[in-house]
Design a protein around this ligand. Structure first.
Ligand code: BTN
Length: 261
């Protein structure tokens, strides 16, 4: 099977409309433009290769041909802007289940939504917002290193499912499983308006809980200890002076693994 044959029948709306590209600048850019052209909720952009894949914090995302999942899903949640980071939590958790199911690998979440295996990153998520008329549209961009055999030297913290599982995996089954799982979770999230049904699972998979982390916020850095993750998926960190602060995803970079051990 190849990416163009993703089955759309098992979901109600996630992935019902798919645009497929052999090569594109960034699926997030295309998804944002498609939203402005009237894409329905659940529309999905998938590419074999991205020439200008975008990562968090203005970084680039390496997206070589045929080696990974480079896709962007369009959702139109009726919710306040402050809650948008919670969608990336939901997407990360959904992808964590799907990759575990498809590969049997012990995948964990590095807060807020990097997926790691053996302390190396296999998946990153970048949510971007776009206002279309009066509607808030969120593009959930997901990159998974599936069958990459090697990485450039400057990506020493990156790995692929192939390198960790010692075999090739089907990108299509991961995508299909993700679409089903994310749709299910998204419906519950929208109905309840909160992450309450997901936080316990999230905490079980999150590798930062009860660990030391380095928080980087602009020019400022400090070391802290992660005491908890609250119902809004904020990290509750105890600083060295004993005070507690809560950290919202998107504000900071948290290092507890690669680049800082
Ligand atoms: C991160 O830095 O961890 C987020 C990486 C997100 C990469 C994906 S690949 C598909 C989509 N299109 C992009 O340009 N970026 C996201």
């Amino acid at each position: 099977m190849n990416l163009q044959e993703i089955k759309q029948s098992r979901t109600c709306f996630m992935g019902k409309e798919i645009e497929f590209y052999e090569e594109i600048d960034s699926t997030n850019i295309r998804a944002k433009n498609w939203s402005k052209e009237g894409a329905i909720e659940g529309s999905l952009v998938i590419a074999e290769k991205q020439n200008a894949g975008r990562g968090r914090m203005g970084k680039q995302w390496d997206s070589p041909k045929g080696e990974g999942i480079w896709m962007s899903l369009i959702v139109k949640p009726v919710m306040s802007i402050e809650k948008i980071p919670q969608l990336t939590i939901l997407a990360g958790l959904s992808m964590c289940y799907s990759i575990r199911q498809a590969t049997g690998l012990d995948i964990y979440i590095k807060w807020p939504n990097d997926l790691v295996v053996n302390n190396k990153k296999v998946c990153g998520i970048l949510c971007e917002m776009v206002k279309v008329k009066d509607e808030l549209v969120v593009v959930v961009g997901i990159g998974v290193n599936v069958n990459s055999k090697k990485f450039p030297d400057d990506l020493s913290h990156a790995t692929s499912l192939y390198l960790e599982g010692k075999k090739l995996f089907s990108r299509e089954s991961i995508i299909e499983s993700f679409l089903r799982r994310f749709e299910e979770n998204y419906k519950i999230y929208i109905e309840t308006g909160s992450l309450m049904n997901f936080i316990e699972d999230y905490k079980n998979y999150c590798i930062n809980l009860n660990k030391q982390v380095k928080i980087i916020e602009g020019q400022q850095e400090f070391i802290g200890f992660v005491r908890d993750i609250d119902q809004e998926a904020r990290l509750i960190v105890e600083k060295e002076d004993g005070s507690l602060i809560s950290i919202l995803s998107g504000d900071v970079s948290v290092r507890g693994l690669y680049g800082y051990v």
